[in-house]
Design a binder for this molecule. Structure first.
Ligand SMILES: [Zn+2]
Length: 247
C-alpha cells in the first residue's frame, strides 16, 4: 500500500502499487496516479468523426490563402485519431481566476499550443471513459516543468486529454501535416501550400510606377494626369480581380 494526498481535498488516499485510477474516500474525486503524482484527469469527447474532420480540412484547404485547388488536389495519405494531453492550470492572477494550458507531451504537430478549452465539455477521465479507439499520447513533460514560470498562485491543476485528428497529405510531391481539433473544428497547420503571390506583386509594382509617372504628368497637365490615375486605379483593380480568380 502506498499513500498520496488527494489533489482536491489533500486527504490521504491509499492505493495498491500498479493502480492507476482510484477514488478519494473523503471528497469522492476520481484520481489518476502517474509518475509525477496524483492528478485529476479530464477528457473532451470527440464531436468530429473522421469524415467530418476530412470535410473540415477540405473547407480549410479551399480558403483564399491556400494554393489553387488545394482542396481538390491534396491527397490525404494518413488520418490518425488521437487524444493529446495538456496540463490545465487554474491560477489566481491579480485576484482573477485564469486558466492556462500547456502541452504535456512533446510534439512537432502544429497548433497544440493554441488549443482552447471548450465550455463545459470536460468529462472525468477514469477507467470507464470511452476513448473511442483514439491513440492516447502519453505525457512526457513533467508538470513541474511549467509550475515555476507560471504567473499568479495555483488553485488547481489537472491533465486534459484533447481530441484531435492528425492528417498527413501530399500536394505536388511534398508532404504536409495538419491537425483538426475534434471538439472546436479548428484546423492548425504550420506550413501549407500557399497561393502564388508573384502575380499580385507584379500588378502592384506596375501600378506603383504608373502612379509615379502620372503624378509627374499632373504637375504639368493636371487634367491629363488625374484622368490617367483614374484609369490606373481601375486597371489595378481589374488585374487584381483577374489574379484572384485565375491563380
Ligand atoms: Zn479528496
Amino acid at each position: 500500500m502506498a499513500e498520496i494526498k488527494c489533489p482536491k481535498c489533500a486527504g490521504p488516499v491509499q492505493f495498491d502499487a500498479g493502480t492507476r485510477f482510484t477514488k478519494c474516500s473523503y471528497c469522492s474525486s476520481q484520481i489518476y496516479i502517474d509518475r509525477s503524482g496524483a492528478l485529476f484527469y479530464y477528457a473532451i469527447p470527440f464531436t468530429l468523426s473522421e469524415s467530418d474532420a476530412v470535410g473540415t480540412f477540405k473547407r480549410w484547404a479551399g480558403g483564399s490563402t491556400k494554393a489553387k485547388d488545394l482542396d481538390k488536389l491534396a491527397k490525404i495519405t494518413k488520418v490518425a485519431k488521437k487524444y493529446f494531453p495538456l496540463y490545465m492550470f487554474r491560477r489566481l492572477i491579480d485576484d482573477r481566476e485564469e486558466v492556462l494550458l500547456e502541452p504535456a507531451a512533446s510534439t512537432v504537430l502544429p497548433g497544440l499550443h493554441q488549443l482552447k478549452l471548450p465550455g463545459g465539455d470536460l468529462q472525468i477521465f477514469d477507467a470507464q471513459f470511452n476513448t473511442s479507439g483514439a491513440e492516447m499520447v502519453q505525457p512526457d513533460i513533467a508538470m513541474t516543468h511549467y509550475l515555476t514560470t507560471l504567473p499568479g498562485n495555483a488553485k488547481e491543476q489537472s491533465l486534459v486529454y484533447f481530441p484531435i485528428w492528425e492528417l498527413e497529405y501530399q500536394f505536388k510531391g511534398n508532404t504536409y501535416h495538419a491537425v483538426v481539433d475534434a471538439s472546436s473544428s479548428e484546423v492548425f497547420a504550420s506550413t501549407f501550400p500557399i497561393r502564388s503571390s508573384v502575380a499580385y506583386i507584379a500588378v502592384s509594382i506596375a501600378g506603383f510606377f504608373a502612379f509615379i509617372g502620372e503624378g509627374l504628368l499632373a504637375t504639368v497637365n493636371l487634367l491629363a494626369g488625374t484622368a490617367l490615375m483614374a484609369v490606373t486605379v481601375a486597371a489595378v483593380f481589374v488585374a487584381s480581380l483577374y489574379v484572384a480568380r485565375r491563380l
